[in-house]
Design a protein around this ligand. Structure first.
Ligand SMILES: NC(=O)C1=CN([C@@H]2O[C@H](COP(=O)(O)OP(=O)(O)OC[C@H]3O[C@@H](n4cnc5c(N)ncnc54)[C@H](OP(=O)(O)O)[C@@H]3O)[C@@H](O)[C@H]2O)C=CC1
Ligand SMILES: CC(=O)N[C@@H](CCC(=O)OP(=O)(O)O)C(=O)O
Length: 342
């Protein structure tokens, strides 16, 4: 058994970690933090956890967190980097669900995130926690940069094509839609029911902070820089990301066979039968990414459809998958979840 802490236990990804970890047979929840709700019982705030969690929220003090074997940061950007060094020195392994350790280029991170990095030396050590490309490095990592939600859906869709070198890497397009929970639990006007409901809009067309993260990951597998147009959209869903990806084929290839072979051994990537149109509800609440690959009218444009639950494979589920790999537990432990329908 390992002892685990969650910093930011009252947010959407924090409570999703709780939902997954309460049923994890190798994990004891040791510390769950909130500054605003310190002293409140966890199951008072989240009655869905009654009978499962017997803890109070506490302040995120290092003295509490250092009792753990692993600590998840489910906090806004710029928080984990302030406490990670002390935790690593105390022998605690850290999984950051925010973006503090995702970009290897510190100047780029500081420009996109608008703050000075507190520990650039640790960024070099951090492992980008996308098991489908970094499983071996995750096993021994002390510090995991858990990927963003859009970057997970987009990278998993493009990897087979870029690894095989069958598309033009300079002209990729990712048209992605997210549910409102992607923006977190804090009160913000665009997330109000009357603003986001019965509405659909693009945002961040000029530049979204997931763009450099996606480009970094795609460039690693393509061996060269990539050109990417990334356009996120807000949809009136609660959970879910749907990414529609476009690329120009450079040669004829059996796309279905390529994708099936690439993900044959991946427990959480499902390549659907040819002609499929994956739906966000087919992954709702689960750690799965479902992918379909199309070549409309047999032309030279490949269209990949990739869906995930932003809070699970896009955040907390992937973080638990990383924990399992780091501690040599079966990778799917506590993650064999059947999606909710309807
Ligand atoms: N929502 C999503 O779909 C995804 C989110 N992420 C990332 O995961 C992280 C968490 O997201 P989400 O759960 O949506 O966020 P929320 O806004 O829902 O929750 C944030 C949590 O962090 C705590 N917190 C805020 N400020 C601090 C601080 N200075 N020190 C310690 N704790 C703090 C809050 O509690 P309190 O203020 O009481 O301490 C709260 O529990 C973010 O970085 C987000 O970008 C990643 C992938 C997907
Ligand atoms: C709908 C919505 O607002 N989505 C968020 C996704 C951000 C997120 O969760 O960021 P990380 O994955 O980098 O932590 C956004 O576009 O800012």
């Amino acid at each position: 058994m390992i002892k685990v802490g969650i910093v930011g236990g009252t947010g959407y990804t924090g409570v999703e970690l709780l939902r997954l970890l309460v049923l994890h047979p190798e994990v004891t929840l040791q510390v769950i933090t909130s500054r605003a709700d310190a002293g409140t019982r966890v199951d008072q705030m989240f009655p869905s956890l009654r009978g499962l969690v017997d803890l109070l929220f506490v302040h995120p003090d290092e003295a509490h967190l250092e009792q753990c074997d692993a600590v998840f940061f489910a906090t806004p950007n710029g928080i984990a980097m302030q406490q990670t060094r002390a935790l690593l020195e105390a022998g605690v392994r850290v999984i950051d669900l925010a973006a503090d350790f995702r970009l290897q280029d510190i100047a780029s991170w500081e420009a996109w995130y608008g703050m000075t990095h507190a520990c650039p030396d640790l960024v070099a050590e951090a492992v980008y926690g996308l098991p489908e490309v970094n499983r071996e490095q995750i096993k021994t990592a002390r510090l995991i940069a858990n990927p963003g939600c859009y970057p997970t859906a987009v990278q998993l869709g493009f990897f087979p094509l870029l690894e095989a070198g069958v598309i033009e890497a300079g002209s990729l397009i990712a048209d992605a839609k997210s549910g409102v929970s992607g923006a977190g639990r804090k009160a913000e006007i665009p997330a109000l029911f009357a603003e986001a409901g019965d509405n659909f809009k693009a945002y961040g067309v000029a530049g979204h902070r997931h763009l450099p993260e996606i480009k970094q990951g795609l460039a690693r597998v393509s061996g060269n820089g990539v050109g990417l147009t990334f356009v996120p959209h807000l949809t009136p869903l609660i959970r879910g990301i749907h990414a529609t990806l476009y690329g120009k084929l450079t040669r004829d290839v059996d796309l279905q066979a390529l994708f099936e072979a690439r993900y044959a051994d991946e427990p959480f990537v499902d390549v659907m039968p040819a002609g499929s149109h994956p739906e966000t509800r087919s992954v709702r609440g689960s750690n799965r990414c479902r992918i379909a690959v199309h070549r409309p009218q047999g032309g030279d444009t490949v269209v990949v459809l990739s869906v995930i639950d932003n809070l699970v494979k896009g955040a907390a589920g992937q973080a638990v998958q990383n924990l399992n790999i780091m501690f040599d537990f079966p990778e799917a432990m506590a993650l064999n979840i059947v999606p909710l329908l309807p």
